[in-house]
Design a protein around this ligand. Structure first.
Ligand SMILES: Nc1ncnc2c1ncn2[C@@H]1O[C@H](COP(=O)(O)OP(=O)(O)O)[C@@H](O)[C@H]1O
Ligand SMILES: [Mg+2]
Length: 315
């Protein structure tokens, strides 16, 4: 089973700790989001795992092999995309990828086939023989992802693969990352974007100020934090106007409701505590009031609440 493991991983720059005693073991074919705001320590971690920089102390292990001690062996199963170099614009994907596959040691007789396969994986077949200089940023990034796949890696490490792309480019790259895990790979992708991690990943490791905050499945992380008294804001649209009396005598008293107010004649903003079960209960109680509920939506995603709360707690 593919694995990556950090043991007490620490990186200091002078007295500043960019990474402090990171302990994290990820095992199996799945996609794990490495989530944290800018400056959290994501790139530092990935650079240590690829031996681009050395840890001050602790160990980075890939399939149990120490990356600083046995770099070649440790990184052999890995495909990596960190600080992407620009592909020379006059080359086509076929040309660029053939050259890179040679550098990566893909056997000569397999190169052409591998190049075709990775270009197909990033859905760029039609562009195989067009010059990279004409590509959009998103297309270039798909080719960059393809370079990481040339050796058919079991482990794929991606550092903020969608950063700097327009929304469409981001969506395309996300789709590709999603499809990567179907091939029995361990995908470890850093991101400062919550929606991205929640859309793409099975698990999330949250980091801030060089410290791991949590590593768990997406579902457990959000569950745990809303049960810990996190407040959720819900917007409720109504078919007809609601009067203040109904609001204060019937909506506000519902269990779990912290506050209920009108933001427009037919829209309520309700702050509530609790998890998904409580939201579901609130909705059914609102429906029984016959106030004409037509929509019910939490205004921020639960993951976002969790993320913001966790980051705030570490400040
Ligand atoms: N070479 C360096 N010298 C000093 N500080 C650095 C260096 N590289 C990174 N840092 C600091 O380490 C922290 C973590 O950086 P980084 O790992 O790049 O964060 P992220 O990728 O999560 O945005 C930041 O505060 C950054 O300024
Ligand atoms: Mg970074």
């Amino acid at each position: 089973m593919p694995s990556i493991e950090a043991r007490d991983l620490t990186k200091r720059y002078g007295s500043f700790a960019a990474l402090s005693n990171l302990n994290l073991k990820i095992e199996g074919a799945k996609c794990v989001g490495f989530l944290g705001p800018n400056g959290a320590g994501k790139t530092t971690t990935l650079k240590i795992f690829t031996d681009l920089i050395r840890a001050s102390s602790g160990q980075a292990l890939i399939n149990g092999v120490d990356v600083h001690k046995e770099k070649k062996k440790a990184l052999d199963p890995c495909g990596v995309l960190i600080e992407t170099p620009e592909i020379y614009p006059a080359l086509t994907p076929r040309e660029a990828l053939s050259m890179i596959s040679e550098i990566r040691g893909v056997p000569r007789q397999e190169r052409a086939k591998r190049v075709e396969a990775v270009v197909a994986e990033v859905k760029m077949e039609e562009w195989m023989d067009k010059k990279v200089g004409k590509f959009s940023k998103g297309m270039k990034q798909r080719i960059n992802v393809a370079t990481a796949l040339l050796t058919d890696p079991d482990i794929v490490l991606l550092d903020e693969p969608t950063t700097g792309l327009d929304p469409r480019g981001q969506a395309e790259v996300r789709d590709i990352v999603k499809s990567l895990k179907q091939k029995n790979r361990l995908v470890f992708m850093s991101s400062h974007l919550l929606n991205e991690v929640s859309e793409v990943c099975d698990e999330v490791a949250m980091i801030d100020h060089g410290k791991l905050l949590v590593y768990d499945t997406l579902t457990s992380v959000t569950e745990k934090f809303t049960q810990d008294g996190g407040e959720v804001e819900v917007h409720v649209d109504l078919l007809k106007d609601i009067d203040d009396k109904t609001l204060s005598s019937q909506v506000s008293p519902i269990a779990g409701v912290v506050s209920a107010e009108k933001v427009a004649a037919r829209t309520l903003r309700i702050r509530m505590t609790g998890g998904l079960d409580d939201q579901s209960r609130l909705l059914s109680e609102l429906v029984t009031l016959k106030i004409g509920v037509v929509s019910f939506r939490p205004s921020t995603s639960r993951l976002e609440d969790t993320y913001l709360k966790m980051i705030k707690d570490t400040l």
